[in-house]
Design a binder for this molecule. Structure first.
Ligand SMILES: NC(=O)C1=CN([C@@H]2O[C@H](COP(=O)(O)OP(=O)(O)OC[C@H]3O[C@@H](n4cnc5c(N)ncnc54)[C@H](O)[C@@H]3O)[C@@H](O)[C@H]2O)C=CC1
Length: 288
């Protein structure tokens, strides 16, 4: 029987958690369920899937930040009702829950890294629904862990790093916003951090932040991608968010403090530049 259940296992983070867990890094049996296999908005299906003694890692989410602005009810169902269903099932049978959340619960106006207990003030629908999910989880199951992360990429698929890599092959220059700052986070590293938390026994902090160390703007990240694949980083041109308006507001400052993570005895994630170099070496050029 599985003693780790990863929901949303078809997504960026879920896939990498399964890959790392399957690499023999853990003694646990790990099972992943995609949205087709376990829809977390279905309370009966969730109740049937969660077994006593299990650690449930919820990677399932409605992550389409712009679409959420006009589809908030669906986003709320997945990002708040779903995690609540999981928390209720875990509470009923005595299972643990690790729930993944986001920097979008903050308004992005800080100038210093956000601590887990900093005031939340989401600016858009996605952030509102994710905050509601955090609150539901901790209300129903106070021993659960909420792990907030930010700026996640795998280096393959349609994430920012893959997109920059593809555009490097397609265009002479690329314009990228320089007025949003965060910590680019390699999903492989984040998966390792989450698995460390799975096996940790004495972590009492309800909310933790986990990102790669260091900060960058999207422009700086794009330059690093270009340089990392041997292209001239000066082909990346800076622009401002006002030139690239999207339906949902983006936080200007998304840096999450890793101090609570380290205080809990968990290994800090490495510098984002080192992680990116590995991601570029592993993933190869994107094809879409
Ligand atoms: N990608 C990013 O930059 C960031 C992600 N996060 C959070 O990290 C977590 C993982 O995100 P990613 O892996 O990047 O997202 P993703 O979008 O790659 O994966 C989410 C998965 O959830 C699945 N899903 C959607 N509705 C579902 C449902 N009702 N039942 C079961 N599964 C469902 C989707 O099919 C998808 O496979 C999410 O909680 C997200 O909010 C936080 C900050 C940044």
């Amino acid at each position: 029987m599985a003693n780790i259940l990863v929901t949303g296992a078809g997504g960026q983070l879920g896939r990498q958690i399964l890959e790392r867990a399957g690499n023999g890094e853990l003694e646990h049996t790990t099972v992943g369920t995609t949205s087709a296999e376990l829809d977390i908005t279905d309370p009966a299906a969730v109740a049937a899937a969660v077994m006593p003694g299990m650690v449930v890692v919820n990677c399932a989410a409605y992550t389409a930040v712009d679409a959420a602005e006009t589809d908030e009810a669906r986003a709320m169902a997945v990002n708040a009702d779903g995690p609540r269903n999981l928390a209720e099932a875990c509470a009923r049978v005595g299972a643990r829950l690790i729930h993944i959340s986001t920097d979008y619960v903050f308004d992005g106006t800080s100038t210093t890294p956000y601590e887990p207990d900093a005031s939340t003030a989401p600016q858009g629908a996605y952030g509102r629904t994710k905050l509601a999910g955090e609150q539901a989880v901790l209300r129903v199951l106070p021993t659960a862990h909420v792990v907030r992360t930010a700026w996640v990429y795998t280096g393959s698929g349609s994430d920012f790093v893959s997109t920059m890599r593809r555009l490097e092959g397609e265009r002479d220059t690329v314009r990228v916003v320089d007025d949003q700052v965060g910590s680019p986070t390699y999903s492989w590293d984040l998966a390792g951090g989450v698995l460390e938390l799975v096996t940790a026994n004495q972590v009492h902090a309800p909310i933790l932040h986990a990102t790669n160390r260091g900060t960058a703007s999207w422009y700086e990240l794009a330059r690093e991608v270009f340089a990392g694949v041997g292209a001239d980083p000066d082909r990346v041109k800076r622009c401002s968010s006002s030139e690239y308006v999207r339906p949902a507001p983006r936080p200007a400052y998304s840096v999450l403090s890793a101090e609570a993570w380290a205080r809990a005895g968990l290994t800090p994630l490495r510098d984002w530049r080192d992680a990116l170099a590995d991601a570029l070496a592993v993933s190869g050029p994107a094809t879409t």
